[in-house]
Design a binder for this molecule. Sequence first.
Ligand code: SAH
Length: 367
Amino acid sequence: MPPQKRNKAVESLVARIAATGPVSVADFMDAACSHYYAQGTAFGTQGDFTTAPEISQMFGEMIAACLADAWMQAGKPEKVQLIELGPGRGTLAADVMRTFAVWPDLAKAASLHLVETSPALRDQQAKTLEKYPDVHWHERLEDVPEGFTLLMANEFFDALPIRQFEKLADGWAEKAVGFDAEKDAFFFTTLPLEDIAAIPPDFQDSAPGSVFETGPASLAVMETLAARIEEQDGLALVFDYGHAGPALGDTLQSLRRHEYTKVLENVGEQDVTAHVDFSALGAAAGNALVHGPVTQHDFLGALGIAQRAQALAAKASPKQRMDIERALYRLTAPSEMGHLFKVLGLTRGQGRIRPAGFDATTDGSAR
Ligand code: SAH
C-alpha cells in the first residue's frame, strides 16, 4: 500500500482517531472530500472525473429549456433566483445563462446564486462566469435571498457524506474508519450501533455482510430545498447517479485520474462519492411535489437533445460532428450515463408548474 500523503485531511483524521478511536464513515468522508474539493483540481481530462456539463453544452441547454418552461408556466415572474448547488467549474451555470438569452425577459430577471464551499472552485467559477455581473456565492442554500427559485444540482448529492451500517453475525453495527500507525494505513472497522431505528424495518433481518447507507447531510439539504420551493415557488432539478428505490449495498467509491481506486488510499487527494438514494431524497421533500426520478436518458430525450444534436451537427465540421455524436451517446446511452444517472424534480405542492421531461409519454415538443 502506498504511504498516505500527509495532507491536512490525513493529519486531522489521524489525530482524531488517536485521541478518541475510529470515526464514522460519514466523518471520514467529510474530512476527505472537503480537503479534496478545496484543491479544485477534480475536473476534466486533466482531473479525476468528467461530469455531464463538462461533456457537452447540450446538457446545460436542455436544463435551461426545462427551467425556462417552468418560469413561463409560473407567469414569467420578474425576479428569479437561479441557484446551483456545487457548481464545480461553473460550466453548467454558464451554459444555462447563455441559453437564457433566448428568453430576454428571463435573462434580465435572473440573478445567479452559487452554493459552493471550496474557495479554489469559487475562483474557477468566477472566471467561467466573468461576463455575468449578477453572480453571488453562498456557503449554504439557507443563505440565498428569497424569490422565485430555479435550482439545479448535478453530482452534488453524491459528494455529501454518508453513514454506512453493516450487518454482523450478532446484529447491525456502524461502519467506521481506524488508523494503523505501524502500517501507516487507514482500515475499515465497526462501532456499536446506538439506535436500531437507523435501519429501515424491512432491512433489519438482512443476511450478515449486508450494508445499508443513509445520507443525513443530503436529507438536510433536501428538507431545506423543499421548504424553499414551497415558500418561494419554482422548480428544482437534481441530477445524480443512484437508485430509485431503497436498496442494500456498499456504494462508497473513489476515483483518481478517471480510474477507480481504494477509498482509504490517497485520502483527500481523490474523489470519494456514494450512490444517491432517490427514494430517501423524495421522502425528505415534505409537502413539495416530487417528479420522477426518471433516467437521464428519458429526461434529456423528452427535452429534445437528439434534435439539438442534429441542429448543431448541421453547422459543424466532420470532426465536430463526431464529437457531438459521441457526447450525445455518453450523456444518454443506457450503458453510459443514460440509466445510472437519474433526474428528480421538485415543485410547490399546490403550485401550477408541471416540469417538462418527467412524463415518459411526452416528446418535449408539445405539452
Ligand atoms: N456540478 C459540478 C460539480 C460536481 S462535484 C459538475 O457537474 O461538474 C461537487 C461540487 O460540490 C463541487 O463544486 C464541490 O466543491 C461542491 N461541494 C461539495 N460539498 C459541498 C457542500 N457541503 N456545500 C457546498 N458545495 C459543496
